[in-house]
Design a protein around this ligand. Structure first.
Ligand SMILES: *Cc1c(COP(=O)(O)O)cnc(C)c1O
Length: 437
């Protein structure tokens, strides 16, 4: 099945059960909205607890959730996926499955603010430290940050706010020279635009709340694993995967081989920390995924049209869209994003925070909210919202200024989006700019 094209896989790739004529075969994924499952035979209970057979309790496994995991693994070109309650849960579970106290992460500076907070404020309290690399195209800067305790390199395929890309194959090579894992947050690109596992990354994480769902109705997250492990360094660097389990049972690696990383996350991290997705939310994410390619193709085309138009406007100081030739990572985009450059980007108005406010207030088609990847176009002023907790210098380092706005371009008619922006630019450019004292 996985040899078929992306759009075919997104609607047909689902877990199949051997046909039993007595079981109704619903074409849509059934929603198993249940906390638990009855054991058929008395011994099924012990078989579940002993060998993990069958379904027992939704925190451990649920057929609706499994169906979506199967599709996401197929679309990312991975071996297995794990669906979680949110993108934050996915990043947290992926990292806690790899790291323990005393260990270290090297992360791109250009990451989602929730990820930055998790690394800087939460994991640090568990004894896991992070070095942030701001010159993300400088491989030597990444390598210089790697310590003997480093177990993860972390980056986003397309990042906020300045649309920076990383050279995934080069970072994967670097990680593998050190025997460690490259984890890529692929939320902004989606597997339709780039499949990091095929470029050498080991683990992908997603906020499924964004493009995968696409309708903005639910939160969700996913981890997808390549199923590839460096067996020579595994026991030394990730001993929890090769050590025998409690009571001397075989290690995760002995049981599942290359799937040890995701099996550990599924068996020992997610069910203990507990960010289980609702089966209803899983169903809604699965419904969204069936139209992923159509939406992202249209959103990318609209975003390119809008970015090109904004770049030609005198009220606009800069447009950080990787699809434009002037963007510093455009060469990587041409190499790694052949099907489109994504829908989320930022641009900066001449003027100040008042100009930005007047602009947002004048928009009618764009919705003012903190979300992205929706079928509707959205706008946000990062300096006063998502990036408000950063210092001026930190904001400048990720390309957020007082006049910067982030947009997530939807599937509307591009002409209506441009009309809306044009009107808002006219209104905003009439606002007097505060004179610095
Ligand atoms: C939204 C987002 C997250 C967090 O996902 P939630 O579903 O909101 O928890 C992580 N990474 C990126 C890039 C995001 O955009």
């Amino acid at each position: 099945m996985s040899r078929r094209g992306f759009a075919t896989r997104q609607v047909h790739e689902r877990a199949r059960r051997d046909g039993d004529a007595r079981i109704a075969t619903s074409r849509a994924t059934p929603i198993y909205l249940t906390a638990g499952f009855e054991f058929g035979e008395y011994d099924d209970a012990a078989a579940h607890f002993g060998r993990g057979e069958g379904y027992a309790y939704t925190r451990i496994g649920n057929p609706t959730v499994d169906a979506v995991e199967h599709t996401l693994a197929a679309l990312e070109g991975g071996s297995q996926a794990l669906l979680l309650a949110s993108g934050q849960a996915a990043t947290t579970v992926a990292l806690l499955g790899l790291l323990e106290a005393g260990q270290h992460v090297v992360s791109s500076t250009h990451v989602y603010e929730g990820t930055r907070g998790l690394l800087r404020d939460n994991l640090s309290r568990l004894g896991i430290t992070t070095t942030f690399v701001s010159e993300i195209d400088d491989l030597e800067a990444w390598e210089a940050a790697i310590l003997p305790t480093t177990r993860v390199l972390f980056a986003e395929s397309i990042s906020n706010a300045s649309n920076r890309l990383v050279d995934i194959p080069a970072l994967a090579d670097l990680a593998h020279r050190h025997g460690i894992a490259l984890v890529i947050d692929n939320t902004f690109a989606t597997p339709y635009l780039v499949r990091p596992l095929e470029l050498g990354a080991d683990v992908v994480v997603h906020s499924a709340s964004k493009f995968l769902a696409g309708h903005g109705s639910v939160l969700g997250g996913a981890i997808v694993d390549s199923g590839r492990l460096d067996e020579t360094s595994l026991g030394r660097l990730y001993p929890h995967l090769t050590a025998p389990g409690r009571g001397g049972v075989p290690s995760v690696f002995e049981r599942v081989g290359g799937d040890a990383r995701i099996a550990y996350a599924r068996e020992a991290v997610a069910p203990r920390f507990g960010p289980t997705p609702s089966p209803l939310n899983a169903f809604l994410i699965g419904q969204g995924v069936e139209t992923l390619s159509l939406r992202v193709e249209r959103q990318s085309a609209n975003a390119l049209a809008v970015a090109q138009w904004l770049a030609g406007r005198p009220e606009v100081a800069s447009v950080d869209y990787v699809g434009l030739p002037a963007h510093r990572d455009h060469h990587l985009a041409l190499r790694d994003l052949p099907d489109g450059f994504g829908s989320v980007f930022s641009f900066t108005l001449h003027g100040d925070a008042d100009t930005a406010r007047a602009f947002v207030e004048a928009l009618e088609v764009f919705t003012h909210m903190t979300h992205l990847g929706d079928v509707r176009s959205l706008v946000l002023h990062p300096a006063s919202t998502s990036h408000a907790a950063l210092t001026d210098a930190e904001r400048a380092a990720v390309g957020v200024h007082d006049g910067t706005l982030r947009v997530s371009i939807g599937i509307e008619d591009a002409a209506d989006l441009i009309d809306d922006l044009s009107h808002a630019l006219t209104v905003a450019s009439d606002v007097p700019v505060a004179v610095l004292a």
